[in-house]
Design a protein around this ligand. Structure first.
Ligand code: CLF
Ligand code: SF4
Length: 298
């Protein structure tokens, strides 16, 4: 609640459903799936579906151009009075597919100036855009950080694409790690609230997330959200094919309990889709598909 937060922080979280447990009962978020391109490969990803950084994989989001996204946001804002946050969380990476992310947010800020802007990224391209993020009044950024040790990263990331070439193995994870830490520190220095998402992968990074929690806390993350791996062989992810299981509910809770003394933990995450609309836990996305939108924004 407000008691343990500085007033300027409270101002930023009080109506953000993810950053405030309290707010999630009263305020809605919507995502627009404008960013399909991605610059890394996660072993839990299937590119046909939404980015698992934020999203429940398994359903293909309707990809929108920035222009279509704006029509959709205006339509939703007219129908959903609780709407307080517009997020871009894929279906690929919002920072790598930057032109579309930027065009969408710039236009929305003109039409609905009081909506909060939020984005989710794997962090690799993040340092290149932090100054713009600050200029655009984006107050909330989520970075998915699954390791702070590149050795652990080799079990999660087969490759990354960075500075015009592909990197594999330890190099890939080392670069990703350095860029994630740099981005986190740059955002914290600019007083932008950073939430860290970690995907808990039994046998790969589950114990290691204790160390991840310690490091991201020391670098200024506001909130840490541990999400369970959703690994379904039917979705054809690498982990699905190798039989990697997700954590059991009790294992997830046990880890969260051990971290409770660290950075504030998020426990009400619903692993939203890249085109989710509404209060957390409800998804009204199907009411606002493109074919149902008015042709013109009024
Ligand atoms: Fe969206 Fe993410 Fe912003 Fe929230 S969702 S970009 S921070 S506005 Fe929220 Fe959904 Fe969990 Fe994300 S419940 S998946 S944490
Ligand atoms: Fe897939 Fe997201 Fe990972 Fe990119 S960052 S590979 S879209 S899960």
């Amino acid at each position: 609640g407000p008691a343990d937060l500085a007033p300027e922080i409270w101002e930023k979280v009080k109506d953000h459903p993810c950053y405030s447990e309290e707010a999630h009962h009263y305020f809605a978020r919507m995502h627009v799936a404008v960013a399909p391109a991605c610059n890394i490969q996660c072993n839990y990803c299937n590119r046909k579906y939404d980015c698992a950084n934020e999203s429940r994989p398994g359903v293909v989001s309707e990809k929108l151009t920035p222009e279509q996204a704006i029509r959709k946001v205006v339509a939703v804002a007219n129908e959903v009075p609780q709407l307080s946050v517009l997020g871009i969380a894929g279906p690929g990476d919002a920072c790598y597919d930057w032109k579309k992310t930027r065009a969408t947010f710039d236009s929305i800020a003109k039409v609905i100036p009081d909506i909060k802007l939020c984005l989710s990224t794997n962090g690799l391209a993040l340092p290149d855009h932090v100054d713009e993020i600050a200029d655009m009044n984006i107050d909330h950024v989520t970075i998915t950080i699954n390791m702070v040790d590149p050795e652990v990263g080799t079990g999660i990331y087969p490759w990354i694409f960075h500075r015009h070439r592909r990197w594999t193995g330890l190099d890939a994870s080392r670069i990703l790690h350095e860029r994630q830490m740099e981005g986190l520190e740059m955002l914290a220095a600019r007083k932008i609230l950073v939430k860290v998402n970690s995907v808990m992968i039994p046998g790969i990074n589950d114990e290691h997330l204790i160390e991840v929690n310690r490091v991201v806390k020391s670098k200024g993350a506001f909130l840490h959200n541990i999400m369970p791996l959703i690994s379904d062989p039917a979705h054809g992810t690498h982990f699905g094919l190798t039989g990697q299981r997700g954590p059991r509910a009790m294992e997830l809770k046990a880890l969260q309990d051990r971290l409770e003394d660290g950075t504030k933990l998020m426990r009400h995450c619903r692993q939203c889709r890249a085109d989710a609309v509404g209060l957390l836990g409800e998804d009204r996305g199907q009411e606002f598909t493109l074919d149902q939108l008015p042709a013109e924004v009024s």
